[in-house]
Design a protein around this ligand. Structure first.
Ligand code: FE2
Ligand code: FE2
Length: 224
């Protein structure tokens, strides 16, 4: 990594020091961004900086009790300050900010540039595949969710998700489980991606997840 990106990486690492998961996620997203950018006409300076900085305000959002801190909005502001201090090319800072602002699912700002679309896709791909499974079980452990829940999905959505919508917030986490996260959230991700290459990777990763959860069910039921 060239010197400036190494400096940015160190700043991000310091900011996320109490969350090793977040930093590891950042580096996976960075690598995926580079892969999605292969043979594409993109500004790598913008993409590299945006990938490294996209979740810099993650810990600040988690620590905030008011619920008003949006890590995409605050992250874009922090990125601007950091990049200016590092003498990052001025004309590219706005582009980096757009990528960070538009990287969230729920964000009102949708990715408009190729770099922003790649970052959005790489960030979402990180919840799919073997990584997605590993992350889902780590979260399940952290929040005391169930390991597996054999319930009717439609019923579950009505009962435990706010607004009876698949993307609604979970009311009672003790009723939630990775297989339900897969059914209600992850399955909807591939169609929301922007780039062709990410869609292909998503398809392959989804196949692996389908197989995993199918097998998990069979083992739990003593059929395998
Ligand atoms: Fe994020
Ligand atoms: Fe992220």
């Amino acid at each position: 990594m060239e010197a400036i990106y190494e400096k940015i990486r160190r700043i991000v690492e310091k900011e996320l020091s109490c969350s090793a998961h977040d930093m590891e996620h950042v580096m996976r997203v960075y690598k995926l961004c580079m892969r999605l950018a292969e043979n594409e006409k993109v500004d790598l300076d913008v993409l590299k900086a945006a990938a490294l900085l996209h979740d810099i305000a993650r810990v600040k959002e988690d620590k905030d009790k008011t619920g008003k801190v949006d890590h995409a909005v605050l992250g874009a502001e922090m990125a601007e300050r950091i990049l200016k201090e590092l003498n990052f090319p001025k004309e590219k800072i706005g582009k980096v900010k757009h990528c960070i602002l538009a990287h969230r699912f729920r964000s009102e700002i949708k990715p408009k540039t190729k770099e922003a679309k790649i970052l959005f896709d790489a960030d979402k791909l990180d919840v799919l595949g073997a990584i997605g499974i590993a992350r889902a079980f780590m979260i399940a452990g952290e929040y005391n969710e169930r390991m597996y829940a054999d319930v009717d999905i439609e019923e579950y959505i009505k009962e435990n998700l706010v607004g009876a919508k698949p993307d609604g917030r979970i009311k009672d986490v003790s009723k939630h489980a990775p297989n339900l996260e897969f059914e209600t959230k992850f399955k909807h991700i591939p169609k929301k991606l922007y780039t062709k290459k990410a869609k292909e990777i998503a398809k392959e990763r989804m196949k692996f997840m389908e197989e995993f959860f199918k097998r998990l069910k069979e083992e739990i039921e003593g059929r395998l």
